[in-house]
Design a binder for this molecule. Structure first.
Ligand SMILES: Cc1cc2nc3c(=O)[nH]c(=O)nc-3n(C[C@H](O)[C@H](O)[C@H](O)COP(=O)(O)O)c2cc1C
Length: 208
């Protein structure tokens, strides 16, 4: 395989200043709907990057579960690596990439825990198998395989899975959005929204 010779042609769609709604949230919703319509598997999957106290970033995929009052919502284990890093530094980066639409969205955001009631309600709405997995798994801790199987077998005896309070949601308050649309001859469109103090947005274009 020679990666150097791989080249995609872009230019399927374009994005111009005249297409932009005042609010990036409207464009984000539109692009999510387009990704769903295009039948992209896990179109709501986003990469979230956190960093440790030395400044070392780490990235992983999580699923966007909703957008409420201009905040992105996802769920995780608060004691996981990402959870521990967010507690010390709530500044995160988020990325959506939909290759077949030649689109990317980059965001800078601040993560905050959602109220416990919201996490509990969502936890209880999940299928029992997912609740069981969250109950036994202390996400990102080192574990011996046999220990995991034993915990799974013990949890299978439980008829009800209690809500583990180390598990819950984060809201992401987005401060900066960049909408990237692949363009012909690598002249990509990059249109950005930067949140101002009065809650409106500065809109500008970046060179491809
Ligand atoms: C498609 C996909 C969806 C995922 N969704 C979630 C999610 O919503 N929440 C979550 O905690 N982990 C999710 N994961 C697993 C994470 O990518 C990651 O492995 C896990 O959260 C541990 O990350 P950490 O050790 O950096 O905290 C998903 C992985 C993939 C590939």
């Amino acid at each position: 395989m020679d990666l150097k010779d791989l080249r995609s042609d872009y230019g399927l769609l374009s994005l111009s200043e005249s297409d932009l709604p005042k609010s990036p949230w409207d464009l984000l919703s539109q692009w999510l709907m387009d990704a769903e319509k295009a039948e992209i598997v896990d179109f709501n999957a986003m990469v979230i990057s956190t960093s440790d106290t030395s400044g070392q970033p780490s990235s992983r995929v999580v699923l966007l579960k909703s957008i409420e009052s201009q905040k992105l919502l996802f769920f995780t284990d608060y004691s996981s690596q990402k959870g521990r890093e967010i507690e010390l530094n709530p500044k995160v980066a988020v990325n959506f990439f939909w290759p077949s639409l030649q689109r990317q969205i980059r965001m800078k955001a601040i993560a905050t825990r959602v109220p416990v009631k919201l996490s509990q309600d969502y936890f209880l709405s999940r299928p029992i198998e997912s609740r069981r997995s969250a109950f036994i798994s202390h996400q990102s801790s080192r574990i011996d395989y046999n220990e995991l199987i034993q915990a799974k077998q013990a949890a299978e005896l439980l008829t009800d899975i209690p809500y583990p309070d180390r598990w819950g949601g984060y809201w992401l308050e987005v401060l900066y959005f960049e909408f990237w649309q692949g363009g012909k001859f690598r002249l990509h469109d990059r249109l950005c929204y930067e949140l101002k103090e009065n809650n409106s947005f500065n809109i500008f274009r970046l060179s491809p």
